[in-house]
Design a protein around this ligand. Structure first.
Ligand SMILES: Nc1ncnc2c1ncn2[C@@H]1O[C@H](COP(=O)(O)OP(=O)(O)OP(=O)(O)O)[C@@H](O)[C@H]1O
Ligand SMILES: C[C@@](O)(CCOP(=O)(O)O)CC(=O)O
Length: 458
């Protein structure tokens, strides 16, 4: 039976407050979804000569050689769907895409457990909004079309840190399930449908990453902006590998929460993540060399070795983060004498930053390195820039600013000529600072009009 052609998108993220803390269920993170999305389009692939009987082709046509072909087969003992990458096609790269492969194996295993119908061949296309990757030559406002060709292989694309893998895995599993499962089985926009997609995307993303992060990026991809408290890592402990006996049954139990003892305990508070009407988030891509690996590991190791000191710092930071969310909410609801009085907001952000620098110094991890401190301070001197932080894990990647809507031109003008003083830090020196076109977006997963992608579908 022919299945419908579908398209689903999921947003990128910025963790405004709660980096490192959010790894622990005792704390929360304030995450904003962004209006940069990853889109996944799924259509039935008509069988034709030269095509394997059960074949799924995944393409990311904005990148060179980004095509992955998979064969799949139902395994014995309810092991779910086993995926194997097919080699030897003239256009296909031999490289693997771990996130695509894992999302596909998880999504198809879930489908196979919920449907008696044979899983048919499909063609899956991934399209990303422009700001996920640095793309020299195009500046915000001058990009002629919604989606651009990045002209490089995916491995050479310079990520801007908006959470492409989480948005990709989330949109991918949602599109695959929407394509294969009947609507009565899964509705993208129902609470229960969304919750199951969240659980499945978290499981697949963790498996592809090879570690359990806090999952704030997947939560934002599914639900959009929220205050997030993570799920207990033990929920995913017994899942095992796709193809292993009873995998599809275990996956279904975990995703559908059919076992009351294993209910997902994450908390998503959407009402608590608001921005006042006059303010927006702005991200600046800092072309500054690579981020240190293992920053989270080092921070957590310091915390373990210094439990009392860390507990105090974590608690003080959490208090600052709560105050930030509350002040934003208060301003958004207009519960202040002057809704444009951002003094309290600025002060709260400065307090958080000084605590982050304390964490940074104590754990000896460059969370807010001196070059970023200088950049943030300089931006904050511009009229209309209320404050800014190094989001997420921090480091040398990007900064996020809270600015009044009309302050953008002066910020752009300032950044056009911004240069760090080379002697200000022993680490990397900031090159060009590029204003990204993204801003906050409150919506999570969304089904899209398939016509939007007509130029990119083969
Ligand atoms: N447009 C795309 N097409 C296909 N695969 C993609 C695409 N974008 C991202 N991916 C997959 O996601 C991987 C990048 O994930 P990674 O976790 O390293 O980055 P990220 O999620 O963008 O990081 P960050 O959390 O810093 O934003 C790529 O190696 C690829 O497997
Ligand atoms: C350090 C951490 O708390 C935040 C990482 O955020 P980002 O990927 O740098 O946006 C890790 C996590 O929450 O998974």
């Amino acid at each position: 039976m022919s299945r419908p052609t579908v398209a689903v998108s999921a947003p990128g993220k910025v963790l405004l407050a709660g980096g490192y803390l959010v790894l622990d269920r005792g704390h929360t993170g304030l995450v904003f979804g962004l209006d940069a999305r990853i889109h996944v389009h799924v259509k039935t692939l008509p069988t034709s000569p030269g095509l394997a009987l059960s074949e799924i082709i995944v393409r990311s046509p904005q990148f060179r050689d980004a095509e992955w072909r998979y064969g799949y087969r139902e395994t014995e003992h309810h092991g779910g769907l086993q995926i194997n990458q097919l080699k030897g096609h003239s256009t296909s790269t031999q490289s693997r895409n771990k996130f695509v492969e894992t999302a596909l194996a998880y999504a198809l295993s879930y489908v196979s457990a919920h449907s008696d119908t044979k899983i048919g061949s499909t063609s899956i296309t991934i399209v990303a909004d422009t700001d996920y990757y640095s793309h020299p030559g195009s500046t915000p406002g001058t990009v002629p079309t919604r989606f651009i060709d990045f002209h490089v292989p995916l491995t050479e694309a310079h990520k801007t840190g908006l959470g492409s893998s989480a948005a990709l895995v989330t949109a991918f599993v949602a599109a695959v399930l929407t394509h294969y499962l009947d609507e009565k089985m899964l509705q993208l926009h129902s609470d229960s449908g969304r919750r199951r997609l969240h659980n499945l995307a978290q499981a697949a993303h963790c498996a592809a990453q090879g570690k359990v992060g806090s999952g704030f990026d997947v939560a934002a991809a599914v639900y959009g902006s929220c205050v997030y408290r993570r799920f207990s890592p033990s929920i995913l402990e017994e899942l095992g590998e796709p193809g292993s006996p009873q995998f599809s049954q275990r996956l279904t139990r975990v995703v559908d929460e059919s076992d009351a003892s294993n209910t997902w305990d994450m908390q998503i508070d959407k009402a608590a993540a608001r921005l006042p009407r006059g303010l927006r988030l702005v991200m600046c891509d800092v072309d500054c060399g690579s981020e240190s690996v293992g920053m989270a590991k080092k921070v957590l190791a310091w915390r373990k070795e210094n439990p009392d000191e860390a507990a105090l710092l974590w608690a003080t930071l959490q208090k600052g983060n709560d105050e930030l969310a509350e002040e934003l909410l208060r301003l958004a609801q207009g519960i202040t004498t002057d809704s444009r009085d951002y003094k309290n907001l600025s002060d709260t952000i400065l307090t958080i930053r000084s605590l982050i620098r304390e964490m940074s110094a104590k754990a000896e991890v460059p969370i807010e390195p001196k070059v970023q401190t200088d950049l943030l301070d300089a931006c904050c001197r511009i009229s209309g820039v209320v404050g800014g932080v190094v989001p997420g894990a921090g480091g040398f990647d990007a900064i996020v600013l809270l600015v009044e809507n009309d302050a953008l031109p002066s910020l752009q003008q300032f950044l056009d000529t911004y240069k760090t003083t080379a002697e200000s830090d022993s680490g990397p020196v900031i090159g060009k600072v590029r204003l990204l076109g993204v801003k906050q977006d409150f919506e999570g997963l969304r089904s899209e009009d398939i016509k939007t992608y007509a130029d990119w579908i083969r």
